[in-house]
Ligand binder design. Sequence first.
Ligand code: PGA
Length: 275
Amino acid sequence: MGLRSIILSLLISKTVILSSISTFSSRRIQCPYGVKVMVEPTYEEMSERACEILMKKLKKIAGEKEEVVLVLPTGRTPIRLYELLIERYKDDPVWGKVILVQLDEYVGASPEDEESFQYFLKSRLLNKLRVKRFIGINGGAKNLEEEVIRYNELLKELGSIDILVLGIGRNGHIAFNEPGFSSQLNFDIVELTEETQKVNGVTYEKAFTITVPYLLKSKFIMLLASGESKQEIIERTLKGPISKDIPASLLRGHPDCIFILDEVAATKLITPIRP
Ligand code: PGA
């Protein structure tokens, strides 16, 4: 399907929820990939949609419980989402119930290090919002084993994640769970693939990450993907076999997971509507 046809379809229905591999529907329904898939025309609209869904969920859960456990990713994809959260909801009282938990971190990147994910979260969100509590990973910890034990205990105390937002790596990683991951702990140290180091422009060889078994226990999961570099992996994640070789494909077994994509990232999911 050419870009023009996609745009045409999008003009008819600004937000597209894929209802099958070959047709569009403007209704939110379960699609055959095992997760809901929502396609927005642009990165900006994808970010806006994610912002509204996230705030709606946060408020709903905050109405039912004293604390909401929220895990947010770093990377290029969520940047606009975080700007929108600040622009639109900075002073919302819901943040007072949020326990924000860091998802992953490079081993060797301390919180003050500008390359660290904690620095990213603090400079883009945490320094501008008042959350109830922040649980961060000390990437610069001298004793790595102790840091793994400490974080595992914290995650155990939390029980499970209420809302998990994820990006996706070009190789299908979620957080730093690379293809073929094996850890069964809730949180562990893993090796980074050369591809991930290259794409992220870093030389760190290892990273801390919340692992797949704990991520999959989250009550609600929202994965964001934007742009051409994600086309192939989105297709393999949703249309290929469910396998540890594509960690994101395991989300297809989750009961409440939505992928929010921009049109370019979703290109390979879309086949023409025959006249
Ligand atoms: P990106 O990273 O948002 O910068 O593409 C996603 C990821 O590697 O998980």
